[in-house]
Design a protein around this ligand. Structure first.
Ligand SMILES: O=C(O)CCC(=O)C(=O)O
Ligand SMILES: [Fe+2]
Length: 306
């Protein structure tokens, strides 16, 4: 992307270096649809697949409206603005609200419908299943998601698990799109200790951790790899890759891919979901399964001797 055409971007409130060696565009792979072998090859080379214009726009739009209606009802949108514009209520901005999508039939139609489940079955080359829990994000103006890998939140089953990030509506660069750190999936050795952690596990022989995690129900570590995406990139190399997303697009990536989101510099709420898919024959992380999953709650805490 040329610097001239880019808005001034920030991530974690820090200016993002958008020079050509630091920032770029996600490589799109819809030309490989229908060629699972090539898709698999691309996934293992790049750590991700960005597929544009894949989901029927009408189902994405219905899901968008259902999310906006719930936000409006909760008082999180400016009621004077058209619903479709999704303008946040500055006095009551949306937070992380799992009940926007757990359950939500319009969202389930998008993420668990035949298009995506069919895509993953072909990609994995066999019957698949998905986590039942849907992470739904309504990101108002402000700080985006800090850099992390998903493994530390969901690594108790197979690690051959893929995240699917779906935007509900257009998401330009200044509206908090997801970004991936190029080739970071090939640098897992350098963040080995981080990747081996599990936010819900604690050391039974460390009383402070027992208190924090088992008794108080907290996390053993924050989950983020870094709150400074600028120095993280300088240290690990590669470019931050993102895109101007359109409804119908999705992005899927591996558990060890470092990702974050840009800050939202607008009054519009950025809406997205992230969901997870794997081979049905492989072990699954039980925290995310069933109608009333354990999530990061006490039932999911696991002690070990360190
Ligand atoms: O949407 C975001 O800001 C974060 C999403 C994310 O971390 C994911 O898709 O795994
Ligand atoms: Fe994530």
């Amino acid at each position: 992307m040329s610097l001239l055409t880019l808005p001034a971007l920030t991530a974690n409130n820090l200016p993002v270096d958008t020079s050509e060696n630091a920032f770029g565009e996600l490589h799109s792979s819809e030309d490989l649809l229908g060629q699972p072998e090539l898709l698999r090859q691309r996934l293992s080379e790049d750590g991700y697949l960005y597929i544009r214009n894949f989901l029927p726009r009408d189902i994405v739009q219905s899901a968008r409206v259902s999310l906006l209606e719930r936000l409006l009802k909760g008082g999180f949108l400016n009621p004077a603005a058209p619903l479709e514009s999704g303008i946040a209520n500055p006095d009551n901005t949306p937070k992380f609200m799992p009940n926007l999508a757990n359950p939500n039939p319009e969202v389930a139609r998008v993420v668990f419908g035949p298009e995506l489940t069919g895509f993953y079955a072909k990609l994995f080359g066999g019957p698949i299943r998905h986590f039942d829990y849907i992470w739904v994000r309504s990101m108002p103006r402000g700080t985006g998601t800090p850099a992390h890998c998903d493994l530390v939140y969901m690594g108790r089953g197979t690690h051959r698990l893929l995240t699917c990030w779906v935007p509900y509506g257009e998401v330009p660069l200044e509206e908090s799109p997801l970004m991936l750190l190029e080739d970071s999936h090939k640098k897992s050795e350098r963040i080995k200790n981080y990747l081996e952690s599990d936010v819900d596990s604690y050391c039974e022989n460390r009383p402070k951790e027992v208190q924090k995690v088992k008794i108080n129900g907290g996390w053993s570590m924050p989950g983020w790899l870094s709150k400074n995406p600028i120095t993280l990139r300088e240290k690990l190399g590669g470019r931050w890759l993102s895109a101007h997303f359109q409804p119908g697009d999705f992005l899927t990536f591996q558990m060890n891919m470092i990702h974050a989101s840009l800050d939202n510099q607008t009054d519009k709420v950025r809406l997205s979901t992230d969901t997870r898919y794997q081979l049905a024959s492989e072990p699954i992380d039980e925290r995310w399964i069933g109608d009333n999953p354990a999530l990061h709650g006490k039932a999911g805490k696991r002690g070990r001797i360190c």
